[in-house]
Design a binder for this molecule. Sequence first.
Ligand SMILES: *Cc1c(COP(=O)(O)O)cnc(C)c1O
Length: 393
Amino acid sequence: MTYNINDKGYYGEFGGAYIPEMLYPNVEELRQNYLKIMAEPSFKEEFDQLLKDYVGRPSPLYLAKRLSEKYNTKIYLKREDLNHTGAHKINNTIGQILMAQRLGKKRIIAETGAGQHGVATATVCALMGLECIVYMGEIDIARQAPNVARMKMLGATVVPALSGSRTLKDATNEAIRDWINNPVNTHYIIGSVVGPHPYPDMVARFQAVVSEEMQWQLQEKEGKTTPDYVIACVGGGSNAAGAFYHYLENTDVKLIAVEAAGKGVNSGESAATSALGKEGVIHGSKTLLMQTGDGQITEPYSISAGLDYPGIGPMHAHLYKTGRAEFISITDDQAMNAGLELSKLEGIIPAIESSHALAVFEQKKFKPEDVVVLSLSGRGDKDLQNYIDYFNL
Ligand SMILES: *Cc1c(COP(=O)(O)O)cnc(C)c1O
């Protein structure tokens, strides 16, 4: 049993590239080149340099003393919230912009829902001086005004998706249409471990820097490279993939994936894909997704915009199906309270996505001698209005 991808682009039965024929040349060009390019010394050097000097890596592995005391176990926070632009997403967009350059692309497209991936993409396009077009549902543009303003300041063109529900899936359709029409000069930056092969694997490899650092940081602090548990929230699954990556095949390390239950798994307003999802195809890969009896994708809901996604990446579908990772779903209320608790106990205001992972400590007991590493995927600045409204601050 392996938990990593096989040479056909599958994690167990999940993954693959289920794409329209007109997209085949683009995806195939990437598939044939991504591993070769990532292995080039000059690529590795430039990637590492930018992660260090531009993103601010390595991100600290912080022993949260007061949080550990409260839950009577040893909790380390992997501080992706301290990265430039405030989350882990930049690790991937740095990798993909370098990939696009090596492939000779001059134009970058992306789709975004909450705007976080759009901002991370616009950031690296500004850094490299490449044209950037971000597709975003008209409804999301209205809901996420600060991120739209950031993208514009960074020089990106934000194109509203006006069809369908005017949210993320419609923006994705527009981006795919653009890529079909511009197969030669354009690279499509996908923001999580989703999409057709090789995207899930490529994004996981770029995010793998997170667990690579965890290994030597734990060696320094605990005298061993492995923790007992790694906990991470899952929207599409990229911060979790990065935090799990170097531990996937070591089953002594227990993996916990945290999904958004919204108003409750059975409330009809949820994004708990593993609990509610069935096998199907979304964004070009076979995975678990929330769908109606006749296969229409169900509109997901979470208070956290970054977890509000109807599927999970194929790696996580496989981790769920095989039982390699334990999946826990956390409601809006549980997450919001965990976010407030971390703020008061540690002086760290987390992104609401990360607050879902933090809420696990109220749901599950750990032993005092356990070493638990939690991926603090992002900071809460972007969520301030949500916290204000929820707690009447
Ligand atoms: C986008 C985002 C997520 C969810 O995306 P994954 O691909 O599942 O990691 C989680 N946390 C933060 C802070 C985000 O911005």
